[in-house]
Design a protein around this ligand. Structure first.
Ligand code: SF4
Length: 356
């Protein structure tokens, strides 16, 4: 596709220096197939990662506290029409025990994640956030979907530091085809609310959604840059039998790694996880993720009786392992990638936070 590796190097330099003017180049890079050219792309992303976020691999301890969801996303096993899964909502005591477990492993960030649970009481979660801050002093990331501004504010005031809300795709047609009763405008408004409340904000996409093209993915990557997100999660679409997209092809892993690499090159200092989905496609590709620009791993501290029930997609990695083992396994992944686990809170390093 490129005349020589030198030509590819020039293109990468241009994309790095002037991403806003590089839409066509980004698209061409997403279509790379030649092994040598891919190596050049991944190693360029790896150098950008090293320069901006260093060699440490940050740890986020995940607690999936409710699998209830009032939505019908056509790609997600937690959609409300899926009657084949048993629903749960952890009690406050169960959440605090899971937080205790991850804190005992020296992890300094907890991610409290749920479906878009319509019965989630904002005050109840605010109480938990306060207790985690008071008892453990951890950084707290929330991921509970679209909520009113008031709830986001309540949780921010209670001490939550970060919020993850994946856009999944910025392509209007792809978005409309993957959702029922949900609109991209409300997603964008929630992201703007979170930014205005000075959360560290994360977003992200699924690679391989029905109708998605290199054009859509290139726009997604530029959207990350425009919004200057602190965290960006990129994973492959994995079809689930309990969804409308059950017969769709899974997302391509190579393409997912290319999106991670280009997101690193273009956003430079955002925190990018090697997502659990990358480890859940038969082979564990999280090490490849770490070598293509990612700098975060997320050991799962959801209690064993609930782990398998949080089934966004099938075949989810690490649901049988004890959480402590998970951390050891992450340590190995970091070492194989020539890196080390970083046990700091791993806050955003975007300049705007230096003045807080
Ligand atoms: S993606 Fe989120 S909002 Fe959509 S069905 Fe799954 S858990 Fe619910």
């Amino acid at each position: 596709m490129f005349n020589a590796v030198g030509g590819l190097q020039d293109t990468l330099n241009r994309v790095y220096e002037k991403p806003g003017e590089s839409f066509n180049e980004i698209k061409r890079l997403l279509l790379l197939e030649d092994e040598k050219e891919l190596e050049v792309l991944f190693s360029f992303a790896d150098k950008v990662r090293k320069k901006f976020v260093g060699e440490g691999v940050l740890l986020r301890g995940l607690v999936e506290f409710s699998n209830n969801c009032a939505n019908s996303c056509f790609y997600c096993g937690l959609n409300k029409q899926n009657s084949c899964i048993k629903r749960y909502r952890m009690t406050k005591d169960e959440i605090m025990r899971a937080v205790d477990d991850l804190s005992a492993m020296n992890i300094k960030t907890v991610v409290l994640q749920s479906g878009e649970d319509s019965e989630l009481e904002p005050l109840w979660l605010a109480g938990i956030i306060k207790e985690i801050k008071n008892n453990f002093g951890l950084a707290i990331t929330l991921s509970a979907g679209e909520k009113p501004h008031d709830a986001y504010k309540l949780w921010r005031d209670a001490g939550a530091d970060r919020y993850l809300l994946k856009i999944e795709t910025t392509d209007l047609q792809v978005y409309a085809a993957a959702h029922s009763g949900r609109f991209i405008e409300s997603r964008l408004k929630c992201l703007d609310d979170l930014i205005s409340l000075r959360y560290q904000v994360g977003s992200g996409v699924l690679v391989g959604l029905r109708g998605q093209t290199a054009d859509s993915l290139a726009r997604d990557i530029l959207f990350f840059k425009d919004k200057n997100f602190d965290m960006i999660g990129i994973g492959p679409f994995i079809p689930h039998t309990g969804t409308f997209f059950s017969n769709d092809k899974p997302g391509d892993i190579r393409l997912t790694l290319k999106v991670i690499a280009l997101t690193r090159i273009i956003t430079r200092d955002a925190h990018l996880p090697a997502t659990t989905a990358l480890g859940s496609v038969g082979t564990d590709y999280r090490i490849e993720g770490l070598k293509s620009g990612a700098n975060v791993l997320m050991p799962n501290f959801t209690p064993p009786q609930y782990k398998a029930l949080y089934e966004i997609y099938p075949g989810k990695a690490c649901i049988k392992e004890a959480s402590e083992k998970c951390v050891l396994c992450m340590d190995e992944k970091a070492k194989i990638s020539g890196r080390f686990l970083d046990y700091s809170a791993g806050h955003s390093i975007k300049k705007r936070y230096l003045f807080n």
